[in-house]
Design a protein around this ligand. Structure first.
Ligand SMILES: *Cc1c(COP(=O)(O)O)cnc(C)c1O
Length: 386
């Protein structure tokens, strides 16, 4: 079937939830993907900040192949070695004590909110405007976009308060004796790549500490090296009670997780939470390969070096349509003075996959293995299109 015929299947049979780009991707190698017509693209999107090691990375592929031959799924009722090894490996590198395996970002946040509610016995959660925490009912309530809430108002839980991002006074004003948790992204992704002031997270941490409120960082997008440290909250010197993760964790396999301190994690007992697929051997084998390769190939060094270079090069672009360039590591946004959709199309036609979020922010979240030469290739194309 050709591209047009294949896309018609989506039109005819899928529940209509996505505005897709009109390409049917077939295979990838490193930072490049190829569609079924043989057109090659430089991937500046990495499947929404997921493909940390790019496409078809030999170590990730081998880990998945080897594990698939042994065991794919066994359920959480039995132990499996990749999940156990990974838990220790990850927690040894963080300030957290315990893990729960989930399957997606939304599910991780859903579990984190349940944990905070159980721990505190309280019912209110503060989150921020323009945040994104997921599409399930509870994470939708936490997500700071009124327009997403509107059709589901009738079933959204009460107790979710959205306050402006990077505004500590707004958080102070929203706290009551019923506040269970504050959930924030260390750097807002979907909302348009917003980096908060250096002391914003620290101040949240202090307030949470004083009032025994659970401090949750949603690192679903910022985690796993995206911003130059393994987790972005490390950039701000804070120690949250709970962190959620997904996207980059398994380099493309569907996986998520919650990390928590011993104190908060101890609120859960068997029966409070669970999952059929979470922490399965296949995805955990992939996650192990990701962390090992981060070390073996100095991925974080590359993120810092290439990320800084990328932002510098973008700042050199002298274009009236550019309003702001911002970001950290390889999570970079270019805010335009007008809607960005046309540039997504133009760049795709020129062989580059990018994304536009928040209407007018071009968002670049390429594989973390991207090189300066590939950045040069992209910035030149962007320059031409803008
Ligand atoms: C993508 C994202 C989510 C939701 O993750 P899913 O895997 O799509 O459920 C939650 N929080 C943040 C910050 C995200 O970027």
């Amino acid at each position: 079937m050709n591209t047009e015929e294949l896309i018609k299947i989506e039109d005819d049979y899928f529940i209509n939830t996505f505005t897709r780009q009109p390409v049917v991707l077939d295979h990838g190698d490193g930072v490049r993907v190829t569609d079924i017509d043989g057109n090659e693209y430089l991937d500046m999107f990495a499947g929404i900040a997921v493909n940390a090691l790019g496409h078809n990375h030999p170590k990730l592929v081998k880990a998945i192949q080897d594990q698939a031959e042994k065991l794919i799924h066994i359920s959480s009722i039995y132990y499996n070695e990749p999940a156990l090894i990974y838990a220790k490996k990850l927690i040894d590198r963080t300030a957290f004590d315990r893990i729960f395996y989930a399957n997606s970002g939304a599910e991780a946040n859903e579990g984190a909110i349940k944990l905070a509610v159980k721990y505190t016995g309280k019912s209110e959660v503060i989150s921020t405007v323009d945040s994104f925490h997921g599409r399930t009912i509870v994470t939708l309530a936490a997500t700071g976009h009124e327009e997403y809430h509107e059709p589901f108002k009738a079933v959204l839980p009460k107790g979710f308060i959205n306050v402006p991002y990077n505004d500590i006074d707004a958080i102070k004003d929203a706290i009551t004796e019923n506040t269970a948790a504050i959930i924030v992204e260390p750097i807002q992704g979907e909302g348009g790549v917003h980096v908060p002031d250096a002391d914003y997270l620290k101040q949240i941490e202090e307030i949470c500490h004083e009032r025994d409120i659970v401090f949750i960082v949603d690192e679903v997008q910022t985690g796993f090296g995206r911003c130059g440290t393994l987790f972005a909250h490390e950039l701000f010197g804070v120690k949250p009670d709970i962190m959620t993760m997904a996207k980059g964790i398994g380099g493309g396999v569907p996986m998520g997780g919650i990390l928590a301190t011993e104190k908060v994690a101890s609120a859960f007992v068997p029966g409070d939470h669970g999952t059929t697929f979470g922490g399965g051997p296949l995805v955990c084998a992939a996650a192990n390969a990701i962390l090992d390769t981060f070390d073996e190939e100095n991925i974080l060094d590359n993120v810092n070096e290439v990320g800084e270079y990328f932002i510098e090069e973008l700042k050199k672009l002298d274009k009236e349509v550019i309003k702001d360039v911002r970001g950290k590591g390889l999570m970079v946004g270019v805010e335009l003075t007008k809607p960005g959709a046309e540039y997504v199309d133009k760049l795709r036609e020129a062989g580059f996959l990018i994304n536009c979020t928040s209407g007018n922010v071009l968002r670049f979240v390429p594989p973390l293995i991207i090189s300066k030469a590939e950045i040069d290739e992209f910035v030149k194309a962007l320059d031409e299109q803008l």
